[in-house]
Design a protein around this ligand. Structure first.
Ligand SMILES: Cc1cc2nc3c(=O)[nH]c(=O)nc-3n(C[C@H](O)[C@H](O)[C@H](O)COP(=O)(O)OP(=O)(O)OC[C@H]3O[C@@H](n4cnc5c(N)ncnc54)[C@H](O)[C@@H]3O)c2cc1C
Length: 504
């Protein structure tokens, strides 16, 4: 080995600082030297308050103390997403970070639920899910480590102030020797022979060379798009929302351990409770509503006093055709974006970082590494895309142009096949890699109003009475155990207060 690989990260948003923390936290200084360039003048996109449970693995990997991080980012816990008015106006379901019920007779729980439901009345599927019931009652506690216990069947994530999280990681990285360079990148030079990125030049005239450039410059894709011309695959035909208005409001009494997503005429509105305020936003399609109308709609729907003017953001759902090209890896918004309905952006950033760590080059960048990286990242994006489209397409809403369009639009074959398998036999294939396991798909399929016409034949191996008694026992156990959980607001307050006692 010739020395550490010289890595320069361009961008200091969530993606830039997570990438820096991943590299600095896992690799040794003789394997990798990391510098990060960012421009205070340009700033960050400044939204992104909801996360997925996988984020805890990232924090654990680099050794972040949870209670300390939560206190410094005004975080709360999140165990699911509530979808209001998505299947039809007046409908309400939760996509939980957890399972529904328990396998019975060798088949997944929902086969027995479908079978019993075809013979007699069964409760809503949410009543068999510990995480959903906890959401419904605004309660939170940590899952236990006993696989037999009903309160081990869920997972949790955070709502937080993403800019404070980036700042937290910055402090963490700088304490470990990372060099931060303040400056605006004005120029990217390519090597005329290889086409690799040779250097970046700052407004000050400083020229910076590196072996590997990580483009975390946000939607502008400064290196991956502007310099390397890697195309962006646009998925607006399936995910029509392309704008958002974000506005914080005063903290409200409704301190829920879940994100709320309410479907509106031309998109949907988010509501995210943090310790000190509530985050709100309207994600909408400019093809179906004007910016002024969207603003009026958002402001009319808030349940607290606004703390600032709503901030407009434009975006496009899609991804780069090759996030790792030559000696540049795009991570975060520079690599792609899927609208925030299932809070997947930070997760996709994390996937890219963990894959980079797995495939980290020694001194020479072998194209096979890039190929493997791109295959994994593309797969993840494609699967999240299908999951998001499902929410829009499987609806019986016909009350506005957007919903009529989404019901009728053509969808990817991969999603069409998944929907058909579920409708026919309740089958939900487990991805080998990739986000969203069968319980997630189940909650959205059922929540959006789909019901399978059949179920796995093995479900018939158990007498129906055994199944109905088993369902009722699970429902009762969930309800009793959830009643014993602490309230979410009290739990957050006590847990973060305890952080004062944790050594930094
Ligand atoms: C409406 C909306 C809601 C969202 N909600 C969620 C959510 O709930 N959960 C979730 O996981 N994600 C969410 N996201 C995505 C999330 O905001 C981003 O994934 C996250 O903020 C990472 O952004 P980034 O770091 O890639 O880009 P940015 O935050 O845009 O950072 C770009 C960085 O590049 C720097 N830069 C740019 N150009 C230059 C230059 N020329 N020279 C030097 N520096 C430069 C900037 O200074 C900045 O530091 C949401 C996004 C949107 C649009």
């Amino acid at each position: 080995m010739t020395g550490p690989l010289d890595v320069v990260i361009v961008g200091g948003g969530t993606a830039g600082w997570m990438s820096a923390a991943g590299l600095v936290g896992v690799l040794k200084p003789d394997q990798c030297r990391v510098r990060l360039v960012e421009s205070d003048e340009i700033g960050t996109v400044g939204v992104g308050e909801a996360t997925l449970p996988q984020m805890r693995e990232f924090n654990d990997l680099i050794g972040i103390v949870e209670s300390d991080m939560m206190r410094k980012t005004n975080a709360t816990f999140k165990i699911g997403i509530e979808f209001r008015d998505w299947g039809f106006k007046g409908s309400n379901y939760v996509h939980p970070f957890g399972a529904h019920g328990k396998a019975m007779g060798g088949v997944a729980f929902h086969h027995q639920w479908v079978r019993a439901g075809q013979q007699s009345r069964v409760a809503d599927i949410g009543e068999y899910s510990y995480a959903i019931e906890a959401c419904r009652k605004n309660r939170f506690d940590f899952p236990v480590d006993d696989p037999e216990a009903i309160n081990s069947t869920y997972n949790y994530a955070y709502h937080f102030d993403a800019s404070l999280y980036a700042r937290y990681l910055r402090g963490w990285c700088e304490a470990r020797g990372l060099t931060r360079i303040e400056g605006k990148v004005n120029d990217v030079a390519l090597d005329p022979q290889s086409g690799d990125v040779a250097s970046i030049t700052l407004e000050s005239g400083e020229r910076i060379t590196a072996d590997l450039f990580i483009d975390c410059s946000g939607f502008r894709g400064l290196i991956i798009g502007q310099a390397l011309n890697v195309p962006f695959e646009d998925w607006t035909r399936w995910l029509p929302c392309d704008r958002a208005l974000a506005v914080p409001t005063e903290r409200s009494e409704d301190f829920a351990p879940y994100t709320r997503s309410t479907a509106l005429e031309a998109g949907w509105q988010w509501r995210i409770p943090l310790q000190h305020r509530t985050g709100n936003g309207y994600v909408y399609s400019s093809a179906f509503i004007s910016d002024d109308e969207a603003m009026t709609r958002l402001l009319g729907n808030l349940d607290g006093k606004p703390l600032a003017e709503p901030r407009p953001i434009r975006f496009k759902s899609g991804r780069r055709t090759a996030s790792w090209t030559k000696n540049c890896i795009a991570i975060g918004l520079a690599s792609g974006f899927l609208e925030p309905l299932e809070s997947t952006s930070i997760y996709l950033t994390q996937v890219a970082i963990l894959n980079l760590l797995k495939l980290f080059p020694r001194s020479r960048i072998d194209p096979a590494l890039a190929e493997r990286f791109n295959r994994v990242v593309d797969n993840e994006y494609d699967r999240v895309r299908d999951f998001l489209i499902l929410h829009y397409h499987a609806t019986s809403r016909t009350d506005s142009e957007l919903w009529r369009h989404c019901r009728e639009m053509d969808i990817p074959d991969t999603l069409r096949d998944r929907m058909a398998l579920f409708e026919h036999r309740g089958h939900i294939a487990q991805y080998r890699d990739g986000l969203f396991s069968p319980p997630s798909w189940l909650s959205v399929f059922v929540g959006q109003g789909m019901r399978p016409t059949g179920y796995h034949p093995m479900a018939d191996n158990l007498p129906l009475e055994t199944v109905t008694a088993g369902l009722e026992a699970i429902r009762r156990r969930v309800s009793e155990r959830v009643e014993a959980m602490p309230m979410h607001d009290a739990f957050v307050r006590d847990y973060c207060a305890a952080a004062d006692m944790v050594p930094a």
